[in-house]
Design a protein around this ligand. Structure first.
Ligand SMILES: [Zn+2]
Length: 89
């Protein structure tokens, strides 16, 4: 299942374990187990961002989808089914 993440300083739902950057998340519908698996994938993706540096600037400023998605973020299942607001896209 897809998750859309957008960096935020206000009421983040998860944080990067390396730099502490906060993110809000928008979810496709899924079971608890699917969510748990997606969360692990989110953690892995955030760590991979840090291959290019140690600071929070390595994370995309715009919204991004996990697992990686080739199409426009606005058309991802996570954005549509998760009712992501325009500011997150
Ligand atoms: Zn980070």
């Amino acid at each position: 299942m897809q998750v859309l993440l957008k960096s935020t300083e206000v009421a983040p739902e998860t944080r990067c374990t390396i730099c502490g950057q906060g993110f809000v998340m928008f979810w496709e519908r899924g079971t608890k187990m699917e969510r748990a698996a997606a969360l692990r994938e989110v953690e892995t993706t955030l760590r991979h961002h840090h291959h290019s540096g140690a600071g929070p600037e390595v994370h995309p400023v715009k919204g991004f989808v996990v697992p990686a998605w080739d199409g426009p973020v606005a058309f991802s299942g996570a954005a549509i089914l998760g009712n992501a607001p325009v500011w997150a896209l």
